[in-house]
Write a protein that binds this ligand. Sequence first.
Ligand code: ZN
Length: 444
Amino acid sequence: MTENEKKAVLEYIDSHKDDIVDFLCDFISQKSINLGTPGTGEEGDAQKWVADRFGGMGFSRVDRWLPDENQDRPNVVGVIEGRGNGKALILQGHCDVVPVLDDERELWTYDPWKGTVKDGKLYGRGASDTKGGNTAMFWAAKSIIDCGIGLSGDLVVESVIGEESQEGETIGAAATVQRGYRAPFAIVSEPTNCEVHIESTGVFMFELTVPGKSTHFAARNQVLYPQRHGIDHGPSVGADAIAKATLFIDLFSRLEVQWNQRWQSPTLGGGGRPLAVDKEGVGLFNINISFINGGGYIASVPGACTLSGLVSYPSWVQAEDVICEMKKKILAVSGTDDWLLENPPVFRAPVVLWKPYRLPGEHEGVRVVSKAYQEVTNKTAIISGFRGSCDATFLNDLGVPAVTFGPGSLGFGVHGPNEYVPVEEVIRCAKVYAVTALTWCGSH
Ligand SMILES: [Zn+2]
């Protein structure tokens, strides 16, 4: 990469800021909703839109294929073919977005399906997760093409499906590798606050079913309090499963704090010792109770209550160890209650497991992307870890070393109302992707 080439792409991206914003707004209006379970992604139209845009950008070739013939859910790849003697780079982002829940729709200040810029923030579903990052990747490639710069290695830009539904492992990210798109380094566009995330947490889903015994609500008094001699009371009459479930809600919130106090990581913070420069927040572990499902009838003491949710854990802890500790403590808490001692709750984990990824900090790709960040911003890149799980796991698993680096943050309304991405971060990431590509692939 020459200084002139670098200058050319940086100026190109700056001078196309309005076009990049328009592109992202248009991309957001291409609804690509994924309800979150396999087979529910509706990415077809949006991916056709992406392929059409790629077609007009001047890629050497555009590949759009159906990894599953029975679903209109194509992956799309645009390749700038290198002229030889260079390394390939993959820039990958997922095109599917989570739905806007009916009861959250009114919490949105702007239409979630139409990008709106206000005070430097671009609002819309997918702005951070991950259409902002994808837009930056597409425009990084376009800047190189339009500036007439020839690359030595291939630059491979991928728009994949199924990330939100754990299908990255099958028909999404993994399918691109199976189709032959390999490289010694890849960047995934998840929102990292423009930090270079060399590892992620792992995530698993759990379910805890707390048994109760339903009875007429008017008999609640008998369930709870001693009665005159000869009148039944206590568990022989009924047991309130929702009340008993609160013991485990409390247990999980205490475990979450204890785990974060017990463990420390130089990459992910935690241990009450946040890295001063790490904007993604403290905390290695999360126990998020996502659903509480209890009771069956308005006039009954609830007969069962199920807590289900997600646990995230750092890459250097085994999911089995975390699950084993949860089991032991659930049993210990059950031992404090006569009913639960006799009728222990049923714990299922992992119901689903998303594995973490971890790339050594000394990997050359980490060095190159960090240096590109430094060159674009005059600031030192922050090396940290991603607190969710994402497609980088599947790329790493299949031998494509990958990091995540992208605009926006999981805290900017992602998977909630008023999702946004700072426009400046989209532009900054487009520049970092472009300079990374010029350095990594080589130019001539
Ligand atoms: Zn997401």
